[in-house]
Design a protein around this ligand. Structure first.
Ligand code: ZN
Ligand code: ZN
Length: 470
């Protein structure tokens, strides 16, 4: 190493903590209900964006505000552009915080607050990497653009506007995941299964409603079913017994002829559905195993969930289980359930698929499995195809070398089911700032980042940029 990036980063420790602290105080959740002309994604995202732009102006960098939904901070010159892509928005604070989510709290080496790890801390590290390179007069023969989006946690509107109106980087990385590197991301697509009309027939019990799920990328932790009719006396005890053996919680609420059953499981990110306990598939499994005299539509709906989806998070029930040697197995998470007797009867399944298959093929396979007489199967929303930068690419090689030299740890390629800004560029990856094996605190209560992680990331990013843009 020609330059002492470690010492240069250490000298900026207090400045980085101070700038990160001021950024944490801005609740930058996307909030389009309160959008204005100067804050198209809500006041928080625009305020966070302008706060980073103000830092760049304070420190004498050239910057560009793109419609208050994205921004760029510049260093270096040349015909090629290296992009460093981060975001300043956050997911909602959510419940369970012991410390305040939007007031920075420093305890030991940790700084707590929403966004500290995802992605405000790594953004500050990347920004100080630019300062370090400038301080040390490191020669650059390419342009370096630190590009910030303001709704990475939802629709990526800001980053899409940026790429549509600004020069697109030739290659780059996103400091929004973990080391050593994420050079492969599975495809992401959702399928909507809509139940077709089922001929009515007399039955003792009717499924009035079945509901679970709020977001297409979250396994539901809670599900409810509303039944009408005379239920067998033993059913409540059976529900509790079922919940007990499966380590779930269940609730039973009777109101005359109507009974509401609630199952409480465990939510999880859709890219790792096996880590959760899908409350909806458990509830459907319980109900369809009870031999109730249920109406035909309700019966088919519960059977489909129980038979094709319950505990089948690799898509094996739907015949879509497929694995690629490089990218690993497909995952299938049934995330939104809506059933009402005279209304919508659907299940939304979020699938993360490796290279070697396609959304259209998966759609056909699902339709074959559940039967096109019973369900219409459609792709819901966008199909984000798999993204992979080979480990032979100099970008990947260089980043892994830098990582290993700074940490003494081996570097190897990494594939995930999630999506990062890395996929915005054909030659784009995610690189840090969490260390491998560190507890996954992103999106959780009491999110934090270790100050030494920020300092180390700033040194690693400065070194990486110096080599990629030399
Ligand atoms: Zn996130
Ligand atoms: Zn992020």
């Amino acid at each position: 190493m020609k330059y002492d990036f470690e010492s240069a980063a250490a000298a900026y420790q207090d400045a980085m903590v101070s700038d990160l602290s001021s950024l944490i105080t801005i609740d930058s959740e996307r909030d389009t209900d309160h959008a204005t002309d100067t804050a198209p994604l809500g006041p928080g995202p625009a305020m966070a964006l302008n706060s980073v732009i103000a830092m760049a102006e304070r420190d004498g960098f050239t910057s560009k505000n793109v419609e208050n939904v994205a921004a760029r901070i510049e260093l270096g010159s040349g015909s090629e552009i290296l992009g460093v892509l981060g975001h300043v928005d956050v997911v909602p604070a959510g419940d369970g915080w012991v410390r305040p989510p939007f007031t920075p709290t420093i305890e030991g080496d940790r700084i707590y607050g929403r966004g500290t790890a995802d992605d405000k801390g790594p953004v500050i590290a990347a920004y100080y990497a630019l300062r370090i390179l400038r301080d040390l007069n490191v020669p650059l023969s390419k342009q370096v653009h630190l590009i910030l989006g303001t709704d990475e946690e939802s629709e990526w509107y800001g980053m899409h506007r940026y790429m549509a109106t600004q020069p697109v980087p030739d290659f780059g990385f996103s400091p929004d995941a973990e080391f050593p590197i994420i050079n492969g991301e599975k495809g992401i697509v959702s399928f909507l299964l809509t139940q077709k009309h089922v001929a009515a027939a007399p039955a003792a019990i009717t499924l009035l409603h079945f509901r679970a799920g709020i977001r297409p990328n979250m396994v539901p932790g809670r599900a409810t079913a509303e039944l009408q009719g005379e239920l067998p006396d033993y059913l409540e005890a059976q529900l509790q017994a079922y919940a007990k053996v499966n380590h779930l919680q269940a609730e039973w609420q009777q109101n005359g002829q109507k009974t509401t059953l609630t199952m409480i499981g465990k939510g999880a990110h859709a890219m790792n559905p096996g880590a959760g306990k899908n409350a909806a598939t458990y509830l459907a499994d319980f109900l369809s195993g009870c031999a109730l005299d249920l109406d035909p539509a309700g019966s088919l709906y519960l059977y489909t969930i129980a038979h094709y989806l319950h505990l089948k998070t690799a898509g094996e029930g739907l015949g879509i289980n497929y694995s690629d040697r490089k990218m690993g197995p497909l995952t299938a998470a049934a995330d939104i359930f809506e059933f009402s007797q005279d209304g919508k009867q659907s299940v939304l399944i979020n699938v993360r698929y490796p290279q070697g298959t396609s959304a259209d093929l998966i759609r056909d396979q699902i339709e074959t499995a559940v039967g096109e007489d019973n369900y219409a199967v459609s792709i819901d929303g966008e199909d984000e195809t798999p993204h992979y930068v080979p480990d032979s690419d100099p970008l990947v090689q260089t980043l892994l070398d830098v990582y290993s030299e700074h940490t003494g740890l081996p570097g190897k390629e990494g594939i995930v089911g999630g999506g990062t800004y890395g996929r915005m560029l054909k030659r784009g990856v995610a690189f840090g700032a969490q260390m491998p094996g560190a507890p996954d605190i992103m999106h959780q209560a009491d999110e934090y980042i270790e100050i030494k992680t920020i300092v180390r990331a700033a040194a690693i990013y400065a070194d990486a940029i110096s080599r990629l843009a030399n």
